[in-house]
Design a binder for this molecule. Structure first.
Ligand SMILES: Cc1cc2nc3c(=O)[nH]c(=O)nc-3n(C[C@H](O)[C@H](O)[C@H](O)COP(=O)(O)OP(=O)(O)OC[C@H]3O[C@@H](n4cnc5c(N)ncnc54)[C@H](O)[C@@H]3O)c2cc1C
Length: 493
């Protein structure tokens, strides 16, 4: 089901693809990172093209919860425990700059934005300790947070941390304005063109599903980078979570809330045609590793019914974002890209500020500029804690790789088709096969992800095949949806 933001949204005007065209910057991906970066380049008089595999906003930005805040759950202590104090300070400055840029942009372009207090809350004693630590760290970096017992939610909380006057919006309003602005500054935005590779020659050659284009610089704003140089896929953990919108009897709580306990819960409202909608999100997990995503959505709905009686679900959606071992985004030039290929990734569900901060960083790297916080973040040194976190991520990947092949090669694929809405993986001869039935269509595919050869698992909520290694996702017919893969699952006879 489409998100509240993408549902009934009119198509955004874009441009035709021109094979062989040469640009100063080719930005790959039309989410918040790509369009903000493209605008910064276009404003500087550069010839810019944005190449988008699907539609503007169709992956994470159009499926976010769009809370624009510097108070990000327990993020500050996560950054601090995986990095040095100077990195934490630079991270906070980056968040403030990203937030201010976006707020100013919204004000200047008449984009509706609601000022709201951001609230991190706990319901357990352990969570209260987390909040206390976040309070101390936030105060230490001069964020004017306030500690409270009551979060102002219709259930009991053990502690709450408040940062006033943050913001929320409809992310598609922002993307539509950025896209129009890029085009008004002479840039082009092309949808339905997937980049499949890039050669760091001078100019760089960008291979796409519709032919080649040339670029002075290539910016990978694709969520997880689609080129394997630098092995970023092995340094990122793809994490998926769920969003639900409800018609709910008011009055509704007016903050933007996120729990620090597990399972996570995020709550905000959104203006609608009539009364405000209630948005509830959470139940995140590593992509492809939940036994039943549908059960997680049902659980969120039950939780909402318990705490907001009378709420009626109108939308359910999900999306993924990428976590780095040190909890700070990766941004800058790609190794072996000869200074011509750049990337930005790893926002870990705090991309409204981070995407803009990374776009500002990329523009400053390429056009020249000086932002002390960006220099500090570029010079980040990996700490033992971050190394441990990365090693753990990769041990889990190895375990899922083995688990996938064990299942695929020891369980025989049943003769009969899967039940409607279900997918099964099993062995057919020596081939691992993924077989699903969706809308009555029985489809058999290779179960091997074309990226790093993991065995895909069935997502019973999205009716998709998801790779538990690095987060590539495919439709029931094998079409590539998102992630580091650049081609779909191979169909079988
Ligand atoms: C459920 C959820 C809730 C969130 N809530 C918040 C929140 O409240 N506040 C907050 O700050 N952050 C939040 N985030 C994080 C935030 O939404 C993301 O970090 C941000 O939207 C990422 O933007 P992006 O431009 O990097 O990626 P995307 O929006 O995913 O854009 C990448 C684009 O690249 C395209 N692409 C990929 N591969 C190719 C290719 N080969 N060729 C061409 N195009 C390609 C994709 O189709 C896609 O459109 C949330 C994330 C999730 C998952």
């Amino acid at each position: 089901m489409a998100s509240l933001w993408l549902d009934s949204r009119n198509a955004i005007e874009t441009d035709p693809f021109e094979e062989g065209a040469e640009y100063d910057e080719v930005v790959v991906g039309a989410g918040l990172t790509g369009l903000t970066a493209a605008l910064l380049f276009a404003r500087a008089g550069r010839r810019v093209a944005v190449l988008e595999a699907r539609r503007i906003g169709s992956v994470t930005t159009g499926n976010t919860t769009a809370k624009l805040t510097v108070l990000q759950g327990a993020r500050l202590q996560e950054v601090r425990s995986h990095s040095y104090r100077s990195i934490l300070e630079a991270y906070v400055e980056a968040q403030l700059e990203g937030q201010q840029w976006l707020m100013r942009y919204a004000d200047d372009h008449g984009i509706p934005i609601q000022r709201r207090d951001a609230v991190s809350y706990a319901t357990s004693e352990h969570g209260a300790d987390v909040i206390d630590r976040e309070y101390a760290i936030a105060r230490d970096v001069d964020l004017p947070v306030e500690l409270r017992k009551d979060a102002g939610l219709p259930f009991e909380t053990s502690r709450a941390l408040v940062l006033r006057d943050q913001a929320q919006f409809d992310p598609m309003d922002v993307l539509a304005a950025l896209a129009a602005d890029v085009r008004a500054h002479g840039g082009v935005i092309i949808e339905d063109v997937r980049v499949t590779g890039a050669k760091a020659s001078k100019p760089a050659k960008v291979r796409t599903t519709r032919g080649e284009v040339l670029a002075g610089h290539v910016i990978l704003a694709t969520g997880i980078p689609i080129l394997d140089r630098g092995l970023y896929f092995a340094k990122l953990q793809p994490r998926r979570s769920y969003g639900l919108a409800f018609d709910a009897p008011g009055p509704l709580p007016q903050g933007m809330y996120i729990s620090v306990d597990s399972p996570s819960r995020t709550i905000r409202t959104a203006p609608g045609d009539g009364p405000e909608k209630l948005i509830v999100g959470g139940n995140g997990h590593v992509v492809g590793r939940a036994a039943s995503p549908k059960a997680l959505v049902d659980d969120l709905e039950d939780w909402t019914a318990e705490h907001f009686p009378g709420a009626v679900r109108t939308h359910a959606w999900s999306a993924q974002d990428y976590r780095t071992p040190h909890r700070v985004p990766f941004v800058g030039w790609l190794p072996r890209g000869l200074g011509r290929i750049y990337l930005a990734t790893g926002y870990d569900k705090w991309g409204m500020t981070n995407a803009v901060a990374c776009a500002l960083t990329l523009a400053s790297d390429i056009l020249g500029g000086h932002m002390p916080w960006a220099t500090t973040l570029h010079r980040r040194i990996t700490t033992p804690a971050a190394m441990l976190s990365g090693a753990y991520m990769n041990a889990q990947v190895a375990a899922w790789y083995a688990k996938g092949y064990w299942k695929a090669l020891t369980e025989r694929l049943p003769e009969e088709a899967a039940d409607e809405g279900q997918g099964i993986v099993g062995r057919d001869g020596l081939r691992p096969v993924a077989r699903s039935t969706v809308a009555g269509v029985d489809c058999s595919l290779s179960a091997i992800c074309p990226h790093q050869h993991g065995i895909v698992t069935w997502n019973d909520q999205e009716l998709s095949w998801d790779c538990p290694l690095h987060g590539s996702r495919f439709g029931a017919d094998g079409t590539l949806l998102e992630g580091p893969a650049t081609v779909g699952l191979r169909p079988l006879e």
